[in-house]
Ligand binder design. Structure first.
Ligand code: COA
Length: 321
């Protein structure tokens, strides 16, 4: 028994911010950003929220699967940029789309969040608790990014992606791995607020995301191939058996490095970071939805999804579409 993706959806804020606009804000250039990251533009929220984007993506995923919101049993939202601490984004989404029969909660594993949520849904279905799940990755990282820091503001974008999954007897998820290394938490951290109470006084946490870009880069190029091979070996498959590698869209050079280490042609690594940037937990479902709507995903194809992010967290999932 496993779970299979039966529908995908996505949503992006209307406002696009091209590199040329960022060049007017920090000391950088379109050539530098494109050459070092592969990113040409990103979407930035001007009113859309993590909940509204997730709800739109979820509605589209349900429509694609031919299901209604009332049928959903488990609703998970992966996000590290929720609109508010409580209630969770998933409950806001549940209300917006009318998924009144679903249990709903959030999960934060940063850019690996969607994968971890997918694996969580798998575990619930495998345990016989639920038969289906609606899973979104949704981020409005633009509110956590320091728009004066050229090392980070060029990278991130806002958006959401979602999938509807259902219990299946054949195919679906064939194997997965997930890891976390809290010792490396400081490599990519921040986005906190102030602690204010009569006892603590006023203490400032890191307001914006801060990152050691080189460390994250090295971690990703080293760890993603290991995760992919570990997940493939658990499924009794090899790199040669995979049709498409749907990787977290952080940096074109990271994806090229992973492809090289795996000995796989780059043509098997679809990318959309050129126009959406790094959308954190939304990146993998956003790309899946693009591929699905382009008709590039055929039933029976073997896919590997792999993500990494703050935590540090990382994982990979092998599935038959
Ligand atoms: N424009 C122009 N110059 C920039 C720049 C920018 N936007 N950002 C950094 N630089 C400069 C640096 O200050 C440095 O200058 P120096 O040599 O005078 O000190 C130089 O470019 C090289 O910096 P470096 O950090 O080595 O560049 P890089 O090739 O590693 O690229 C990143 C920087 C951030 C693009 C790259 O490290 C990266 O993508 N890392 C992974 C980040 C990531 O994916 N995070 C999310 C994980 S989910």
């Amino acid at each position: 028994m496993s779970i299979k993706i039966l529908g995908t959806g996505s949503a992006l804020p209307v406002r696009r911010v091209m590199n040329e606009e960022i060049v007017r804000m920090v000391d950088t250039s379109d050539e530098w950003i494109r050459e070092r990251t592969g990113i040409g533009g990103r979407h930035v929220s001007v009113g859309e929220t993590a909940a509204s984007l997730a709800a739109d993506a979820c509605s589209r995923a349900l429509e694609d699967a031919g299901k209604t919101a009332e049928e959903v049993e488990l609703l998970l939202v992966a996000t590290c940029s929720p609109d508010e601490v409580a209630p969770c984004t998933a409950c806001r989404v549940q209300d917006r789309i009318g998924a009144g029969n679903a249990v709903a909660f959030d999960l934060n594993a940063a850019c690996a969040g969607f994968l971890f949520a997918l694996h969580t849904a798998w575990a619930y279905v495998e345990a016989g608790i639920y038969q289906n799940a609606l899973i979104a990755g949704s981020e409005v990282l633009s509110k956590l990014v320091d728009w004066e820091d050229r090392g980070t503001c060029i990278l991130f974008g806002d958006g959401a992606g979602a999938v509807y999954v259902e219990k299946c007897q054949e195919g679906g998820i064939l194997g997965f791995v997930q890891h976390a290394d809290g010792k490396k938490g400081g490599v990519l951290a921040g986005g906190g607020r102030q602690l204010v109470s009569p006892w603590a006084g006023r203490q400032d946490f890191r307001r914006f995301l801060q990152m050691d870009g080189r460390e994250v880069f090295a971690f990703a190029v080293r760890q993603v191939p290991l995760n992919v091979e570990e997940a493939l070996s658990g499924a009794g498959l090899t790199v040669g058996d995979v049709d498409l590698f749907v990787l977290h869209q952080a940096n074109r050079r990271i994806i090229e490095g992973v492809a090289k280490r795996l000995g796989a042609e780059l043509s098997r690594f679809p990318m959309n970071l050129e126009h959406v940037g790094n959308t954190s937990s939304a990146a993998i479902p956003l790309l899946l939805d693009e591929l699905n709507r382009q008709g590039r995903l055929k039933r029976g194809m073997r896919l590997v999804l792999s993500g990494f992010g703050a935590g540090l967290t990382c994982g990979a999932c092998v599935m038959q579409w």
